[in-house]
Design a protein around this ligand. Structure first.
Ligand code: GLY
Length: 609
């Protein structure tokens, strides 16, 4: 059934903000080694606003920057071109789902390391009338996949899990965007695909793209069609040059004209299968034709009176977010020194417990029974909280899943949209690693994902994000691999839309989204402060608190270590960049203005009108 979405055309002004990755890296370099507080609050006199005193004096991300403000509609994504496409759709009378579809497709062109048509994702929707929906278009294991397919004769994991044709699940993105549009779209499908085609025919390379290509040269050389597409003439496209992707433009044209069949059947499907045959991959015509997106009930929970709407399994995001919120609701975080010893300790202890349950229980709901309702309940949060000691870290080895044995033993990108009527959409989508499997489908111009690594290819052993997952998430034909993507919408206690947020970052996505929510709810931060503030992470295993440079003072780290915590600076598996994630957020202010902010850690844009 189509929704009763309506969309309005209003007089418009557009505001954009983008921060080049190159600029941010220069600032980040200044911050390396720069830890230490500007001051601290005396015990007993802490107010939420005191968090500012914990920032190192040379923290590179400006917490006092002005957010992008708009009255009629807003799109925030990891790329300025893509956000502008979405904002134009809103200005032309499209609703938030229309804008999310067009922005997603534009990201597949201008953000090819993560935006995609060869991967999958999740969409969380909250309509202005309060109805909610969650769409699962995660990749699925091909029919020929099986549990031990990545193990060699010695039982060791093979390289094929990360790189090359066998690393890919059956892509879900086009089916997902098509399904979302069928259900909720208001503008013609073709008009939402066309801007991506225009970009594929040529756009000017900006800092973000130049940086991304030049830092991935080795990976982009791994396969001929990938090198031909992204390293024209053997080198990355230069800053300011025109970059065109004619094969991708032709694929998008088929998607424009034939809808989902333009991808899953006909020429595009034939090109994918030919690519599989060339490289020893296992995705077939039948896998492609049989792919469907699935509507799920979103995970909905309360956090200090706010209603949080997030993604259900096959994402672990919403359930793990809820589990950590329910543990932490038992403490008045706002009365603690932000990123002080107690605050960091409690975050780490809650996150460990929530990830232990995530890793054991959560998986594709079409394949596995999960104790989902119990895992996100307030009662279970209270039980889990009871084992937290204030003076001592509980080793992860002593924290198992809390609900009994299961029955059976990045790169990613995010966009947030609000339209003129107050409909909100959060989309997180991925091909897993930077540039996915590194395989470009020859003559079709798009990269395939390497999402099979999000399964527990060897249950009990870490994947590329260090996540140690269990049997529930083992590989099975047709199954979707568990994800950490956490597209999330928060509603005020009054029932009014408050915050739309999400981020890339593999296993760190859930703690990143939690910190954004806690920052605005517990610490009353503005949208800029919440996104730009330093981040922490713990995921049960490896048993360590990870911090962005400057996020913890030397004194706090010493105190945490004395309690038994291991505390390490963040090191991303994809690069030496020590910052966590790339949040894209919109806050609706009390006066109903939309305040958007794109994380300067990588440099996207908020565009409103
Ligand atoms: N590929 C990262 C995730 O889905 O969690």
């Amino acid at each position: 059934m189509r929704s009763t979405f309506t969309a309005h055309r209003r007089t418009s002004t557009t505001t954009t903000r983008t921060t080049g990755w190159v600029v941010m890296l220069a600032l980040a370099a200044l911050a390396l080694g720069a830890c230490g507080p500007a001051g601290s609050s005396p015990a007993g006199e802490v107010t939420p606003a005191d968090w500012r005193t914990r920032l190192p004096s040379d923290w590179p991300f400006d917490i006092d920057a002005a957010p992008v403000a708009a009255e009629n509609g807003m799109v925030v994504s990891t790329d300025a071109y893509a956000s502008a496409v979405g904002a134009d759709v809103l200005r032309d009378g499209g609703n938030a789902v229309d804008a999310a579809v067009a922005t997603s497709l534009a990201l597949a062109v201008v953000n090819p390391e993560a935006g995609n048509i060869g991967g999958g994702g999740f969409m969380v929707v909250r309509l202005a009338d309060g109805r909610t929906a969650a769409l699962d278009y995660r990749e699925r294991a091909p029919a020929a996949a099986h549990r031990d397919m990545y193990l060699d004769e010695n039982g060791e994991l093979s390289d094929g899990l990360f790189l090359g044709h066998r690393a890919s699940g059956v892509p879900g993105s086009v089916a997902g965007l098509w399904t979302a549009h069928q259900e909720h779209g208001s503008l013609p499908w073709a008009s939402l695909v066309q801007p991506a085609i225009d970009l594929a025919e040529g756009f000017e390379i900006r800092e973000r793209q130049a940086h991304s290509f030049s830092h991935s040269i080795d990976g982009l050389r791994a396969f001929e069609a990938t090198a031909a597409t992204f390293l024209p003439g053997g080198s990355p496209p230069e800053l300011g040059s025109q970059f065109s992707q004619p094969d991708l433009a032709a694929t998008l044209t088929r998607i424009r004209d034939e809808g989902r069949d333009g991808f899953y059947r006909g020429r595009t499907a034939a090109l994918i299968v030919a690519e599989m045959e060339r490289g020893g991959g296992i995705i077939t015509d039948e896998d492609l034709a049989g792919y469907d997106a699935a509507w799920r009930d979103p995970v909905v929970f309360s956090y200090r009176g706010h209603t949080v709407i997030s993604m259900a399994p096959t994402s672990s995001g919403g359930a793990t977010l809820a589990a950590m919120a329910k543990i932490l609701e038992g403490y008045d975080l706002s009365s603690l020194e932000w990123h002080g010893t107690e605050h960091t300790h409690l975050l780490a202890e809650a996150w460990k417990r929530a990830y232990a349950d995530r890793n054991a229980y959560l998986a594709d709901p079409d394949f596995v029974e999960m104790p989902l309702d119990r895992m996100i309940s307030a009662e279970y949060g209270t039980e889990r909280r009871a084992s937290i000691e204030m003076a001592r870290a509980t080793p992860s080895s002593a924290i198992g899943p809390g609900l009994g044995r299961p029955e059976r033993e990045t790169e990613t990108t995010h966009l947030s949209v609000i339209d003129a009527d107050g409909n909100a959409v959060a989309v997180t989508t991925t091909i897993n690693s930077f540039y996915g499997s590194k395989v470009t489908v020859r003559d079709a111009g798009f990269l395939l994902n390497n999402e099979m690594d999000d399964f527990a290819a060897q249950p009990g052993k870490p994947n590329q994000f260090g996540l140690v997952q269990g049997e529930n998430n083992a590989i099975e034909a047709g199954k979707r691999m568990l994800s950490a993507m956490t597209p999330t919408i928060v509603v005020r206690p009054s029932g009014e839309l408050f915050f739309v947020v999400g981020s890339p970052g593999g296993a760190t996505i859930i703690t990143n989204v939690f910190q954004n929510i806690s920052n605005v709810v517990d610490f009353e931060m503005t949208v800029v402060e919440a996104v730009n503030a330093p981040r922490l992470h713990h995921q049960h295993l490896p048993d360590r608190i990870q911090y962005e440079p400057g996020a913890l003072t030397e004194e706090t780290m010493a105190a945490l270590r004395a309690m038994g915590h291991t505390v390490d600076e963040r090191f991303s598996p994809d690069s030496a960049y020590p910052y966590i994630g790339d949040a894209q957020a919109i806050m609706v202010a009390g006066d109903r203005r939309m305040l958007g902010w794109s994380d300067p850690r990588r440099g996207g844009a908020a565009v409103g009108y």
